[in-house]
Design a protein around this ligand. Structure first.
Ligand code: C2E
Ligand code: SIN
Ligand code: SIN
Ligand code: FE
Length: 602
């Protein structure tokens, strides 16, 4: 039995139809057209009623998209022309009066069958589909909501139909509107991934496709959306990304270890990786001192205080000591529940850590130290997390082992270097005293040459050689007798010849000492001139090594500002004018510019 709504202005016809159909169906003969808003399976109108009501009828049909709501028109032959105007847009079938009972019944049953079929088809698809299927109108009001939608989002059909689509959190409202807007402008969206909200407030990742539903007049008034819950897939993807991130971390730590020879620096960088990839607040490394059998703080990251910086633990004491003694990870989920030296130290320093993990660092069977992890909230670590922590610890242990080996060698080496450098400095001061009678020039030459070198972009690691070169620039004057060096007058040609040998002498002295070879260019080339008129080799322009070009101007600047046995110091203005005038002659013009820039900076 179906419900048939009769809206006929012709009362006689209305009574006739009610009579013909009443024994098989429920027939509604309403007084007002409000009945159009209620439930019915078929609407029958005559021409005048349709002319009056066609807008409402059309709207009603569209309120139930994809649900076939049949409309039958009863019209007289002379009104058929008018009726065709509404055909297909509003009217599905028409019957011409006078009405024959059999024909009427056939038409009605046909339409009802079509409706049942369309409804059943839609139902069976929509009700059994694993996809969430919904229909939204332009305002985002839900018109249709299948059981899969309920499974995905949690709302029942009756809670959402006729209301705004509820799964969009406020911060995504704008994105949602623009998606909806695109569909209503005719676009079909395929597999768009968005995060929506369930009824219980939890987030749900969905992939949806949405297509416009065109009405018979071509206008889009509804969007059909099919949504799939992809939360599981998303979780799997996040897991894969995390694994990848962990691999990358291990790799970049390898790079750090391979490229750095400084243990503390390496451990510091290592801890930064640890904190980031394990997602914890702080971490430190305690190294085991073989001789004293004590654990000593070596590096830390993420702490607010230096409470742990002075940690010195005998093996067996504290969590770290226990981790070593037992060669086993120590995990304390909640430090707030225990009281010991560690928690007291942390409390004094206002470090409010909750979770703690201590992992022994073991390389080649030998204990190297402990990696300690601190977190200001509960950790809830899983298997994978611990596994990753252990791989990090292994890596750290190997790094420490390698670097210890290296630093034993390096220590011996650097002691030698220090001895060398002290010797050079001693030479430099002895020379300075003999040559100029005062101290301070050499230091000034070093300072200004290094300023110039930095300003010209020379690498930091080259500066040590420049420094040594400046200290030794006039070492060759060792071979110049006092009678010439300290002569209070102009030099004779023979004297000048001896004096001009000092760069070559320096070269011969220094080139025998391997570690001074990179420092040679300044002693050897500091009297070369940009225009090629210098000595000992008469180099020109960029043939002269840059450090020597930089030093040359500083040397002349300092010489002219100072008293010499053979002349008084020049006034500052005169000195600077002279330096400027020598751009392109004695000095590299770029170096002259640089000199004045550096001078202006002080
Ligand atoms: P220094 O005194 O340390 O001077 C270094 C450089 O500064 C000189 O290299 C020169 O380029 C510049 N310079 C120093 N004083 C003057 C100056 O009065 N006028 C000008 N135009 N430039 C000056 P240079 O010329 O190759 O001299 C190398 C070293 O030879 C000097 O080192 C100094 O020890 C010695 N020397 C040079 N000229 C004389 C001189 O007339 N009498 C004596 N006793 N020694 C001289
Ligand atoms: C749409 O139907 O256009 C959007 C569905 C959604 O964002 O969840
Ligand atoms: C789509 O797959 O584009 C949405 C559903 C449909 O077009 O039927
Ligand atoms: Fe010199």
């Amino acid at each position: 039995m179906a419900t048939i709504l009769l809206l006929l202005d012709n009362r006689e016809n209305a009574r006739l139809l009610a009579d013909y159909l009443g024994n098989r169906h429920e027939v509604l003969l309403p007084k007002s057209e409000d009945a159009l808003q209620g439930h019915f399976d078929l609407c029958i109108l005559d021409g005048p009623a349709l002319e009056r009501l066609w807008e409402q009828v059309k709207a009603r049909k569209r309120k139930a998209p994809a649900q076939f709501l049949p409309v039958l028109l009863v019209t007289s032959r002379k009104d058929v022309g008018m009726a065709t105007r509404f055909l297909w847009e509003v009217v599905d079938e028409l019957i011409i009066s006078p009405i024959a009972k059999v024909e009427l019944q056939a038409r009605v049953e046909n339409l009802l069958m079509a409706r049942r079929l369309s409804l059943e088809f839609l139902r069976s698809v929509a009700w059994s589909a694993p996809l969430g299927i919904m229909v939204l109108d332009q305002e985002g009001i839900v018109q249709f909501w299948n059981p899969a939608c309920k499974r995905i989002f949690g709302w029942e059909e009756k809670e959402v139909v006729g209301r705004p689509y509820p799964a969009v959190p406020p911060e995504q409202q704008e994105e949602f509107s623009s998606l909806l807007h695109r569909v209503f402008h005719g676009e079909t969206l395929l597999q768009v991934e968005v995060t929506r909200r369930r009824k219980d407030g939890s987030p749900v990742d969905i992939s949806f496709s949405a297509a416009p539903l065109h009405d018979s007049d071509g206008v889009i008034r509804h969007a059909l959306t099919m949504a799939m819950d992809i939360s599981e897939r998303k979780k799997a993807e996040a897991r894969a990304a995390r694994e990848f991130e962990r691999l990358t971390t291990l790799h970049s730590i390898d790079l750090v270890v391979a490229s750095s020879l400084d243990l503390r620096l390496t451990l510091g960088m290592f801890l930064e990786h640890v904190i980031k990839s394990l997602n914890v607040d702080a971490a430190d490394i305690l190294l085991l001192d073989e001789k004293s059998r004590m654990l000593r703080y070596a590096a830390g990251r993420g702490f607010r205080s230096d409470a742990l910086r002075y940690t010195l633990l005998p093996i067996g004491e504290g969590y770290a000591g226990r981790a070593i003694l037992e060669r086993k990870r120590v995990y304390v989920p909640d430090l707030r529940e225990v009281e010991n030296d560690l928690t007291r130290a942390l409390a004094r320093a206002h470090e409010s850590f909750v979770a703690y993990v201590g992992v022994p660092l073991i390389a080649k069977g030998k204990i190297k130290g402990v990696l300690e992890i601190f977190h200001r909230a509960p950790l809830n670590p899983d298997e994978g997390w611990f596994f990753f922590l252990d791989s990090l610890a292994t890596q750290a242990a190997i790094a420490i082992d390698n670097l210890e080996l290296f630093s034993d060698l390096q220590r011996a080496h650097s002691e030698l270097i220090q001895a060398y450098d002290a010797t050079i400095e001693g030479w430099a001061y002895a020379l300075e005293l003999r040559d100029k009678g005062t101290l301070g020039h050499t230091q000034r030459l070093v300072d200004w040459t290094l300023k110039m070198a930095r300003a010209s972009g020379i690498k930091e690691e080259e500066l040590v050689h420049i420094r040594r070169g400046v200290l030794l620039h006039d070492i060759g004057k060792i071979a110049v007798p006092d009678s010439i060096l300290l002569k209070p007058d102009k030099l004779s040609d023979e004297e000048w010849e001896i004096m001009r040998r000092h760069p070559q002498v320096a070269y011969e002295m220094l080139s025998r000492v391997r570690y001074l070879q990179p420092a040679l260019v300044i002693p050897y080339c500091h009297h070369e001139k940009w225009d090629g008129t210098g000595y000992p080799r008469g180099l020109k322009g960029e043939q002269i090594p840059l450090p020597a070009r930089l030093f040359a101007i500083v040397d002349v600047w300092d010489a002219l500002r100072s008293d010499r046995p053979y002349r008084r110091a020049w006034p500052e203005e005169k000195v600077l004018d002279y330096l400027r005038s020598q751009a392109g002659r004695h000095f590299d013009p770029d170096v002259v510019d640089l000199f004045f820039e550096v001078l202006a900076m002080g």
